[in-house]
Design a protein around this ligand. Structure first.
Ligand code: BLG
Length: 485
């Protein structure tokens, strides 16, 4: 006979069992988002086509967001499929389509409005919204100065939301939203004086400053904010949890910092004046040597734009320069290097480029096998400048400090020690101006990034239509038609 007390636990067990069965069968019927991605073997990601997120160059796909999300897909063991949205509204529309991309990696800020449409991940990049004006115009210093100005921002952007909030307080502020442009277009419009002001994130400005020498920061509009990835609201937590665990992991193991260093660590090395000068030289000097760079690049299997970047750093693309120490020519070869590379006349641009290319390929080849790309390229550049002996000293110092001698990020911390007695007296090759290769590499990376962007295939027919480079802001041809607003 059952007493009441006997019955309760049994009933509860039965209920739990039934519940478990139902939950289990739900799982069997409908895999969660993460399982679905793994089963399909494909992670579909939507992003924007811009220098700060994703773009294609001659070597293939690249960009900060792309690199970060590619590693995530690799971690999951699935293929990455990138889709690009026409504009931000399109991005959110695509995410809501059944069977659409499951993840947006597009430099998004978690605004209140967007939180109703998607769910955001942990942060990975801090940026500050900045009001941008044209040099020579009066500089706005606070939100009150926005009144009476022609302001354009991206439609559906966090900046549009910021302006809407300002306008609610001060209805005299007018602004337009455009879904036909990208951040680069907004900056160009300010640069060319077509509009008075725009609002962009600090990372976007830093990346693009060089193409638009006239744009300046008026003031920061509000606090720094975080960029995050987003998953569609309809999805369960499985993918988001995996993303958060991944972002936390790459934050901890230094991978995120490496990517930031790769894409942003060197963006401000040029400054306004340098950016303007570089843009001018790109136009006026590089075309004279571009074919030489390309021919030597082919011979020595090095990207011609990297050689061009070295040439710019060494001589600002001038063939007849001589340094205080007697190093000469467009690629700044020492007498020893020139001799070893078979260069008879260092002041001959073609010979200098050939010799520099051959030397760079040689020292890169000589580096320790354990050094992988892209660190291999950065370390080879440092060796080009300071010599392999001193570079090895810096790598040993790194090892002694428990750092990784095969990573540029670690070696570059050690190089400046080569000019401090307490450190260099213990090294094999002694004193060297260790700070020089650090800025040498940072500058070259910046020039290389710019050259990569202006020679990317998407710009074929505009910037590189006639085989030459046309740089916005210093182009003598009339500017292209402004995009429709
Ligand atoms: C480099 C050589 C290296 C050499 C180092 O000096 O020149 N690179 C080239 O010739 C391409 O081969 O290494 S070593 O052979 O192992 O000794 C160290 O001697 C050149 C550097 C020197 C630097 N620019 C290429 O980056 C330079 O000119 N420094 C002096 C600047 S100034 O006099 O203060 O203006």
């Amino acid at each position: 006979m059952f007493s009441r007390s006997d019955f309760r636990p049994r009933c509860a067990k039965w209920l739990i069992a039934t519940g478990l069965f139902l939950m289990l069968s739900a799982c069997v019927d409908k895999p969660n988002t993460l399982e679905r991605v793994k089963e399909d073997g494909v992670l579909r990601v939507i992003t924007r086509n811009s220098p700060a997120t994703y773009f294609e160059d001659r070597n293939g796909e690249t960009g900060f967001e792309y690199e970060l999300v590619k590693r995530f897909a690799e971690n999951l063991g699935v293929e990455l499929k990138i889709e690009t949205a026409d504009n931000l509204d399109d991005l959110f529309d695509q995410m809501h389509k059944p069977g659409g991309p499951v993840l947006a990696a597009a430099g998004l800020i978690d605004t209140e409005k967007r939180k109703q449409q998607v769910r955001f991940s942990h942060p990975y990049l801090e940026v500050t919204p900045q009001v941008i004006y044209r040099n020579g115009q009066s500089r706005p210093t606070d939100a009150g100065d926005l009144v009476g100005k022609r302001i354009v921002v991206l439609k559906g952007s966090s900046h549009a939301e910021q302006l809407a909030a300002l306008k609610a307080k001060n209805p005299a502020i007018e602004y337009e939203e455009s879904d036909a442009v990208e951040v680069v277009d907004l900056l160009r419009m300010v640069d060319e004086g077509q509009i008075d002001l725009t609002l962009v994130d600090s990372n976007e400005l830093a990346m693009n400053q060089v193409y638009f020498p006239n744009v300046r920061v008026a003031f920061d509009l509000g606090e720094a904010r975080n960029q995050r990835w987003a998953v569609a609201l309809g999805e369960d937590n499985s993918l988001l949890n995996e993303i958060n665990a991944y972002l936390d992991k790459v934050q901890k193991n230094g991978m995120l910092q490496q990517l930031k260093d790769r894409y942003y660590g060197h963006v401000d090395v040029l400054g306004y004046v340098g950016a303007y000068t570089f843009a001018q030289h790109l136009q006026e000097r590089l075309p004279k040597y571009q074919k030489n760079f390309q021919a030597s690049a082919k011979q020595s299997q090095v990207d011609w734009r990297l050689l061009a970047a070295i040439g710019y750093q060494e001589s600002l693309w001038q063939p007849d320069v001589t340094s205080k120490t007697g190093v000469r020519g467009l690629m700044m070869l020492t007498q020893n290097t020139a001799q070893a590379m078979g260069v008879a006349n260092r002041l001959d641009a073609k010979q200098s480029i050939q010799g520099g290319a051959k030397y760079f390929a040689y020292i890169k080849e000589q580096l320790d096998d354990k050094i992988e790309e892209p660190d291999r390229t950065w370390l080879a550049l440092a060796s080009y400048n300071i010599g392999s002996g001193h570079l090895d000293d810096a790598r040993k110092l790194a090892e002694n400090e428990g750092l990784n001698p095969n990573k540029w990020l670690d070696v570059k911390k050690m190089l400046p020690r080569l000019s401090q007695k307490q450190w260099y007296r213990k090294t094999r090759y002694g004193y060297a101006r260790g700070g020089e290769p650090v800025s040498f590499v940072a500058n070259i990376r910046r020039y290389y990034d710019i050259l990569t962007w202006v020679t990317q295939p998407q710009l074929e027919g505009s910037q590189v239509a006639d085989g030459n480079l046309h740089v916005p802001g210093v182009d003598k041809k009339p500017p292209e038609q402004a995009p429709k607003l």
